[in-house]
Design a protein around this ligand. Structure first.
Ligand SMILES: C[S@@+](CC[C@H](N)C(=O)[O-])C[C@H]1O[C@@H](n2cnc3c(N)ncnc32)[C@H](O)[C@@H]1O
Length: 205
């Protein structure tokens, strides 16, 4: 891994993910987590303060980047919640079958290299009746914005550690074996090609 990926990119990710519009999105989704939670792509831990300590007992924070795991250790976590960091990728989750009540994934499906494999893993670790909560940016509904997304994507991916601007998040979740129960979408404030957000809850079909 080069110097940019190891040293600069984690700081860029933390800065980009720290925006106020993204924080408002986190506040809509993260408090819905229950029980034992697997957060895929923990990043610098920006979701941690939003967990409801009366509902969440444990969070496994899966994060492949050592620099981001280091930042997440400094993040504020409610005292009642046990946080365990997992140095792993979503394509091979180091948990047993049916261990999690909730899988949370925010602004990470854009980046995971093998999304079908990661969603298969998410279904494996979710208990029967468990929920996958998501909030992601992705493919915009407007043709003009989509053209920008497709055009900038190759460069964006290189600079953004593999982040895609144009993934169809609901289609990926459905193809990955999830039924989406409530789906919301809108442009959050910011550069439109990177600002169309999808969020909600999904359940294994
Ligand atoms: C844009 S950041 C989002 C971080 C965090 N979820 C948030 O909302 O602030 C994308 C994250 O996905 C992680 N990531 C990239 N590939 C991954 C993979 N295969 N499995 C799990 N996480 C991955 C990156 O290390 C990074 O932390």
């Amino acid at each position: 891994m080069g110097w940019y990926q190891r040293v600069i990119l984690p700081r860029v990710i933390h800065a980009a993910c720290s925006s106020s519009p993204a924080a408002r999105q986190r506040a809509k989704v993260v408090p819905r987590a229950r029980g034992r939670v697997l957060e895929i792509g923990l990043g610098s831990g920006l979701n941690l303060p939003y967990y409801d300590p009366s509902e969440v007992r444990r969070v496994w924070g899966l994060e492949p980047s050592e620099a981001l795991r280091k930042m997440a250790r400094q993040a504020s976590v409610p005292d009642e919640i046990a946080l365990e960091l997992l140095a792993a990728e979503a394509e091979a989750i180091p948990l047993e079958k049916n261990e999690a009540d909730t899988v949370l994934i925010t602004y990470t499906l854009c980046t995971i290299a093998d999304v079908p494999r990661a969603l298969e893993e998410a279904r494996r670790v979710l208990k029967p009746g468990g929920q996958l909560l998501f909030c992601e940016h992705g493919r915009a509904p407007d043709a003009a914005v989509r053209r920008w997304q497709d055009w900038v994507n190759p460069l964006w991916k290189r600079a953004g550690g593999g982040c895609h601007l144009n993934r169809d998040i609901p289609a990926l979740l459905r193809a990955g074996g999830f039924a989406i129960q409530d789906l919301h979408s809108m442009y959050i404030p910011g550069w439109k090609p990177a600002s169309f957000n999808y969020w909600g809850a999904a359940y294994p079909k």
